[in-house]
Every structure is written in C-alpha cells, then in structure tokens.
Design a protein around this ligand. Sequence first.
Ligand SMILES: C[C@H](O)[C@H](O)[C@H]1CNC2=NC(N)=NC(=O)C2=N1
Length: 118
Amino acid sequence: MSESEDQPKVLSTSAIITVLETLTDWREDASRLVAVFKFKRSATAVEFIARVGAAAEDANHHPDLEWRWNTVFLALSTHSKGSQITTLDAQLAEKLSATAAELGGTAEPARYGEQFGI
Ligand SMILES: C[C@H](O)[C@H](O)[C@H]1CNC2=NC(N)=NC(=O)C2=N1
C-alpha cells in the first residue's frame, strides 16, 4: 500500500482550485470532483467503465458512476475522510481523464449538473 493510499490528505478550497487548473475535465460539486465523458459509441463507454473499475481496484478508491448510453458520469470523494475531496481523488481523476482521452472520449461540461439525479 502506498503512502498516499494510507494517508489521503483533504484538499482545502484553495488547493481544490489549484488542482482544477490542471484537471480541466473536472469540477467541484457538493464536495465531490465530478466529470462527464462522452464516447462515440456505447461500447466504448462500456470499455471505459471497465477501465474505471480496474483503476479503482488498483487504487482501492471507487468513484460513483452512472452510465447513460455513450456517456459516463463520475463523482469522486473520499468516504473515509467524511466524503471530502482528497489527494486520492485528484490522483484518480487525473488517471481517468487520461483513460477517457485514450478511448477518444470528450468532457461534456454542459452536462455536469445532470448526474445522480441532482
Ligand atoms: C476498506 C477500504 O480501504 C475502503 O472501504 C476504501 C474503498 N474505496 C473507497 N472509495 C472511496 N471513494 N472512498 C473511500 O474512502 C474508499 N475507501
């Protein structure tokens, strides 16, 4: 288990703002990092979901996930830290953006308010 996995650090508001300058696919919403990725085909969205699952198992850190046809909605927070945003969330967000890009996915900022019924 890596040191970061042992001790995720809660990000302050200013740290979140700084992190989001790099994680341009992601936004803060209700103490979570959220993103929406759209793919050309539903099958590619499913492939992405499988890779999200593998990355989550590797990191022992699991995003909330919603699948709608060719689009995948993600939300990340750290349950063990009161469901706040931590360094673990930022690390996984970066990895998932890279994975989405590899599969030709595009972020859909206009849809960020739609996920999980909110
Ligand atoms: C025991 C195990 O380490 C925990 O339940 C892990 C699993 N996946 C997790 N995922 C998320 N998002 N937050 C957590 O705190 C968390 N904790």
